[in-house]
Write a protein of this length. Structure first.
Length: 151
């Protein structure tokens, strides 16, 4: 499978899961010396919010800096631009398909290479929940990168 030139990672608010997956994907690609555009968005309009403190702390434990991230809502242009869209749940995939049907063929669950299960939202949960979710996202990102032949 070929590496898509532009990857969009999405979750509900673009505060916890998708920013972490975006930064991790970018970091892994840079380490491999491979270029692809990676960006993240959310389904909700949270007006440029920073990631919560727990997300910052736990992401740092994984070697990922989310201090500059601000939430952004997805646009039709974002969906058109992306070669691949990775979402956290089947419900999000369905919503995107209803929002803009022409893109459904390039929308996949982040967890598809593993089990197709929802990646749970750790927002407002303790650090340990963030650790579990970020550990799972790390595994899933690596599985996608294996599919693309990057790692």
């Amino acid at each position: 499978m070929m590496l898509p030139p532009s990857m969009l990672v999405m979750c509900a608010g673009n505060l916890c899961r998708s920013p972490f997956a975006e930064a991790l994907l970018r970091q892994r690609l840079e380490k491999a010396g491979v270029f692809a555009e990676v960006f993240s968005r959310g389904l909700l309009d949270l007006r440029s919010q920073p990631v919560p403190p727990a997300a910052l702390r736990v992401a740092a434990e994984f070697g990922v800096d989310l201090s500059e991230h601000r939430s952004a809502r997805v646009t039709i242009e974002d969906l058109q631009h992306a070669s691949l869209v990775l979402v956290m749940s089947a419900r999000q995939r369905k919503y995107i398909g209803e929002l803009y049907p022409p893109v459904i063929g390039k929308v996949f669950l982040l967890s598809q290479p593993k089990d197709g299960e929802t990646v749970p939202d750790p927002l407002d949960k303790p650090d340990e929940v963030f650790r579990e979710v970020y550990g799972e996202i790390t595994q899933l990102v690596d599985l996608w990168l294996e599919r693309f032949g990057v790692i």
